[in-house]
Design a protein around this ligand. Structure first.
Ligand code: PLP
Length: 295
């Protein structure tokens, strides 16, 4: 990814009353080294992040992303982010995204340098990859065991299952395994047989006229794209539900999608080698909605 812009943030306290945080940003050369070798984000993946989709320089669903950043910080015992400060950093970065087209802004909050004074925080902007083909053609997925049952998040909160942490090595390994099995992406399944999420996306199924997604009960991220699409569908009178979805119910799906902030709605064409019907018209309408300015 060619980074176009980066700034380092001096994190403010969450109750800092300032309204202008521009003095707390330092623009840096996005292609030059910037982190200390003692950074815990790189040594241990100890930090959190958000990837915000940008369309025509408009950061999509920014409030939902900022709220999830705060939620991840709380789960990880990181200092609560000053959300107005992050909002202003994102707005500054958005001005460097493509003026006509799609971009991606990353927000990163790391625990900082070992024994250092404070967390490290930075924001980057880049042009997004072209996802047109995947949105139109779709993707084949395989189900992969995540190794945890549905009760694991409540029983073992230190697994940080509902936080968007920087430790994505497992998620990347799952995508590589999916490719080894001849698919494009994976969908995690709990060890007790329920659908969860993809390594970088939420799962939505249409079954009998209802749109279903696995309940974000702590074991999965609550996707900002899924949330926005469900609000849109509900406004149009469609039935949307958060549910506990047994793997066996996949066979009854009459359409399925992976949803995420940058790729948007990718229709699933096959699950574990079994074809899934694709509703191209509905998928196109989902992506048209997701590409419209959304706050
Ligand atoms: N689940 C996981 C594990 C993710 O990494 C992501 C996005 O990166 C999502 C779901 C979808 O979230 P969003 O729609 O906010 O991009």
């Amino acid at each position: 990814m060619a980074w176009r812009f980066a700034l380092v943030i001096d994190p403010a306290a969450s109750d800092d009353p300032r309204t202008d945080f521009v003095d707390t940003f330092r623009v840096i050369d996005p292609s030059a080294p910037a982190l200390s070798v003692g950074e815990l984000s790189t040594q241990r993946g100890d930090g959190i992040f958000e990837s915000v989709g940008v369309v025509d320089r408009h950061p999509q669903e920014l409030t939902a992303h900022l709220e999830r950043l705060a939620h991840s910080a709380s789960l990880c015992d990181l200092p609560a982010p000053q959300l107005e400060q992050w909002r202003q950093a994102v707005v500054a970065a958005a001005a460097h995204c493509p003026s006509g087209g799609e971009g991606v802004i990353k927000l990163i909050l790391s625990r900082g340098v070992e024994h250092g004074p404070s967390p490290t925080a930075w924001v980057t902007a880049a042009a997004a990859a072209d996802n047109t083909a995947v949105r139109e053609r779709g993707i084949r997925v395989v189900t992969l065991d995540r190794g945890y049952d549905l009760d694991a998040p409540a029983r073992a909160p230190w697994l940080l299952l509902g936080a968007k942490t920087l430790s994505y090595a497992v998620n990347m390994a799952a995508i590589r395994e999916a490719k080894r099995r001849g698919a494009d992406d994976a969908v995690f399944v709990s060890s007790d047989g329920f659908m969860l999420e993809a390594p970088t996306a939420s799962l939505v199924l249409r079954i009998g006229g209802r749109f279903l997604t696995p309940a974000p009960n702590g074991g999965i991220l609550h996707g900002t794209t899924q949330l926005s699409l469900f609000e849109h569908l509900a406004e149009q009178g469609a039935r949307t539900e958060y549910a506990t979805i047994p793997v066996a119910d996949l066979a009854g799906a009459d359409a399925a999608w992976l949803l995420s902030s940058v790729r948007l709605a990718a229709p699933i064409t096959a699950i574990d080698g079994v074809d899934v019907p694709v509703d191209h018209e509905l998928t196109a309408s989902f992506n048209a909605y997701l590409l419209s300015p959304r706050d």
